[in-house]
Design a protein around this ligand. Structure first.
Ligand code: ZN
Length: 571
């Protein structure tokens, strides 16, 4: 009997030790969790600048998860759905930091300090439970000048009506804490559902999401800020934050130190953000720089809307006459092997100099392809510094991921033009870049579709912008790789493009060894009427500096040359 009691006690002790051990192990291996679920209720932390708001503390009496608002607060949830906002559609330089608040880890003071040091206003989203349990934290955030939002529950956990009532109750609590700004909503976990959208619309709340999760689970076990940064910004993602982009930081994930998040925010802001961090409401209310995307038909200028379609070359026109009038070639696309489809006499009359003759000493800077915010913004600043206007031939297949950057180019007064959607060449390179063949009929049809798509993408972003009375979106065209063929150019002009401009000098800036070398090479080729072909891609690392250098030299020499948009002479 006694032995049995002892044995039972020993088994019980072993079981208890085992359970405690397992609990500790789980606590130290947070990666086993799929979602950041706050653990037990931590004690509210005293804070130095906390002001007591007595009405707030009484609200906390309401039992968790069962909001029972007054009946008149419940609005009918309609079919209308709020837009999910992942970025502000704006040409303004700036982006937005948002935080999903968590009381775990005690990160808030260091995060608020980092944001203050960086002059970075943010939006903090809180769950209604957290707001009631940690009003002093909400108060700290509000006093620091940040904006506030409410995290919505999963659909499965709450009815739409309760969700809305819960948000409205939380808004009242924020007002009681002295918050006067806009209250936003966001889902605590996952993509917003139709119900989430309907709830936000019914309450008149902006539904905020994000483009990048800056604290994904892959970094939650790291404790070194630079290691976190290099993990997030690796490979194809090693580009600066975008203009207007909303990023989010989940608090309470870094388990090993309560200052990791703050250190990471500092490093990110200094190393991977070329723009100032701005308040969401300030960016959304800057109507001079904001736009709707995609632009609707009635917003697009009538002279721009749907101007690219097949059938511009009529049956009584000889395509060759159109090509001779509207093709500005280049000095290395001259021989038979480079000009498939053209007869000898046709080749003879083609423009192969690439110069655009004019009496005003006009020269033309042109930039091809597409690039990240770093490259484009640096280039725009150089052009602005020298007060010159350029023409941007944009390859459009990635621009829908960053429409604000296209918008910024046009808003800076430069001309937007097409370089096809997929870099579709106008002839087939059949031998090492020295022999080209005509496109097949099928390929010409594909090119036609590509051209229409490219223009469609551009008109939805910049189709409403006018510069000095002219649309920013032109119908100028640049052939990818500058390769052409008779059928290719015929397709381009039949679609309604006004001019195809290859250029007098291919700078090959993407191969440049230094900005000085590129500057010198360009200076040798700069004469009145020249069209310089440069690039805006990530690997054109010296282009902006070289442009700055040669424009500075020309200015110092008192050069009469003027750098203008191609539209000044081709319209
Ligand atoms: Zn190109």
């Amino acid at each position: 009997m006694r032995m049995r009691q002892i044995r039972t006690t020993v088994i019980l002790i072993i079981l208890i030790i085992g359970m405690v051990g397992l609990g500790l192990w789980f606590e130290r291996h947070p990666f086993l969790e799929t979602e950041p679920v706050p653990t037990a209720t931590p004690e509210p932390r005293p804070s130095p600048t906390y002001k007591a708001f007595s009405p707030m503390n009484t609200v906390a009496v309401r039992p968790t998860g069962t909001p029972v608002p007054p009946q008149e607060e419940i609005k009918p949830i309609g079919k209308e759905e709020a837009e999910v906002i992942t970025r502000v559609y704006t040409a303004e330089e700036g982006n937005i930091y948002t935080f999903n608040y968590s009381p775990d880890n005690g990160e808030l003071p260091s995060v608020l300090q980092a944001l203050e040091d960086l002059s970075a206003p943010a939006v903090f989203f809180m769950k209604d439970d957290d707001l009631r349990q940690f009003p002093q934290d909400a108060s700290l955030i509000i006093q620091a000048g940040h904006e506030m939002g409410i995290l919505m529950e999963k659909d499965s956990q709450i009815t739409a009506e309760r969700q809305l009532a819960m948000i409205q109750e939380s808004e009242k609590e924020l007002r009681a804490l002295g918050y006067t700004g806009e209250v936003y909503v966001r889902t605590a976990y996952g993509e917003p559902s139709t119900t989430h959208r309907q709830v936000a619309a019914a309450g008149g709340y902006k539904l905020i999401s994000f483009l990048q999760d800056m604290v994904p689970n892959t970094v939650s076990r790291l404790s070194d800020a630079s290691q976190i940064l290099s993990t997030i910004f690796s490979g194809n993602n090693d580009v600066a934050l975008q203009r207007g982009e909303i990023v989010t930081f989940q608090m309470g994930l870094f388990q090993y130190s309560n200052t990791v998040l703050a250190n990471y925010i500092r490093l990110l802001t200094n190393k991977k953000n070329i723009y100032p961090v701005k308040s969401l409401s300030a960016m959304m209310n800057n109507t001079a720089m904001c736009y709707t995307y995609p632009l609707t038909d009635d917003q697009i200028l009538p002279s721009v809307l749907n101007q690219i379609y097949p059938g511009h070359i009529t049956a009584d026109q000889d395509p060759m006459d159109v090509i001779l009038e509207r093709y500005y070639g280049t000095n290395w696309v001259v021989k038979e092997d480079f000009l498939p489809g053209f007869k000898p006499m046709e080749r003879y009359y083609l423009n192969t100099s690439g110069y655009i003759r004019n009496k005003e000493n006009h020269c033309f800077l042109t930039f091809d392809d597409w690039g990240p915010d770093e490259t484009l913004t640096k280039l725009l600043k150089v052009l602005e510094k020298h007060r010159v206007k350029a023409t941007f031939f944009i390859r459009t297949n990635y621009i829908t991921y960053n429409p604000n950057l296209v918008r910024a180019i046009a808003m800076a007064g430069h001309t937007i033009a097409s370089h096809t959607d997929s870099h579709f060449p106008l002839s087939n390179n059949v031998k090492d870049g020295v022999v080209f063949e005509s496109l097949t009929e099928k390929q010409a049809k594909e090119l036609q579709e590509d051209l229409i798509l490219s223009y469609e993408k551009l008109q939805r972003i910049v189709g409403d912008i006018e510069i000095d009375g002219k649309p920013a979106l032109s119908r100028l065209f640049r052939p990818p790789t500058l390769a052409v063929s008779k059928i290719g150019l015929t397709t381009v002009f039949d679609c309604g493009f006004t001019y195809s401009v290859s250029g007098s000098f291919s700078t090959e800036d993407y191969r440049a060894k230094s900005a000085e070398a590129l500057c010198d090479a360009i200076l040798e080729k700069v004469w009145s009427g020249c069209v310089l072909v440069m690039h805006m891609s990530q690997n054109s690392i010296y282009t902006a500096d070289a442009v700055d250098m040669f424009l500075t030299k020309l200015e110092q020499q008192g050069s009469p040359l003027k750098f203008v948009s191609l539209l000044e002479d081709l319209s």
